[in-house]
Design a protein. Structure first.
Length: 303
């Protein structure tokens, strides 16, 4: 079994998060949105979670959203974990600096794990999900939010086009994101039961695309690709990319959109009490009878 290829420089990612920590609140609107969505999902689940972990807690948006919700009564202990110690600094309650690729939690010790907008930086996403599933007790719940493949599509296109136009070649400057279509399949591969995934596509409008770059830096979301070009973008290429962004995507009022695709996923650690899919051939009613149609031999077409 071969190891997953390394895509991201995790040490550099930690440095970027540490740098972003003091001003993170200036650009945490997506984190707040994702955290609120997770809490809304938890409000529909009528059960207790004695020990919960917020993985990639950053500045505590999940804790804040939970505090304003009736779902708070269902959690006894919430541990906030983050790759960046500076993100956790000054916060109250149980906290731990933890790498999503090397979770410090023992097997079957947690009842709930939530993670909003942090797992997309793992080199082996399925491997990270497997660790989460193992840390959950049987019938424990994982609720996550990841950036999907359409995220920053406008910026990606314009950076590639500008660099190809003005340089010898183009380098990947925006990190790849998981395909939203495959999200539930990733949970299945990691061993989760009853996986569900859906997509929230957010369009953020800016007066100028340079403001988008400022927000990405404040979020700690600038690229840490191992295979990134070690040459920084020249001012000429950057300004050309910004020109292309305005030319291609500006709306009638002059503002430019940035697409963020947030993929929400839920899955349960397997337990014998959970509903199981029927075995092929075990159904008590034929599909044709249920639909009220006449069954036709394979290969025939209805007229």
């Amino acid at each position: 079994m071969t190891a997953s290829p390394l895509l991201f420089d995790r040490a550099l990612h930690r440095q970027r998060l540490d740098r972003a920590a003091p001003d993170y609140a200036s650009a945490d609107f997506l984190k707040a949105r994702a955290a609120q969505d997770v809490v809304m999902r938890l409000e529909t689940i009528l059960r207790r979670f004695p020990v919960a972990v917020d993985l990639g807690a950053r500045n505590g948006h999940f804790f804040n959203a939970l505090s304003d919700s009736d779902a708070r009564a269902n959690l006894d202990i919430l541990i906030e974990a983050d790759l960046s110690g500076r993100m956790l600094a000054g916060r109250e309650g149980p906290r731990v600096v933890a790498d999503e690729e090397r979770l410090p939690f023992g097997d079957a010790t947690l009842d709930l794990v939530v993670s909003t907008l942090s797992l997309h930086w793992t080199n082996d996403l399925v491997g990270a999900l497997i660790q989460i599933r193992r840390a959950l007790r049987p019938d424990g719940l994982f609720v996550g939010a990841l950036f999907g493949g359409a995220t920053l599509t406008e910026l990606r296109q314009c950076l590639l086009a500008a660099e190809a136009e003005l340089s010898d070649g183009a380098s990947m400057r925006v990190s790849p994101f998981a395909d939203a279509i495959d999200a539930a399949g990733l949970l299945q591969r990691a061993g989760f039961a009853l996986p569900v995934a859906d997509v929230d596509r957010v369009k953020v409008r800016y007066a100028h695309p340079l403001k988008l770059l400022q927000d990405l830096r404040a979020m700690g979301e600038t690229s840490v690709l191992l295979d990134r070009s070690r040459k920084p973008l020249t001012r000429r290429v950057l300004f050309r990319a910004m020109e292309l962004y305005v030319e291609r995507f500006a709306e009638p009022d002059g503002r430019v959109p940035a697409t963020f695709e947030i993929v929400a996923v839920t899955g349960w650690a397997p337990h014998e009490s959970q509903q199981k899919p029927l075995r092929p051939g075990s159904a008590k009613m034929r599909l044709a009878d249920a639909l009220g149609v006449q069954e036709q031999p394979a290969g025939d077409k209805a007229g």
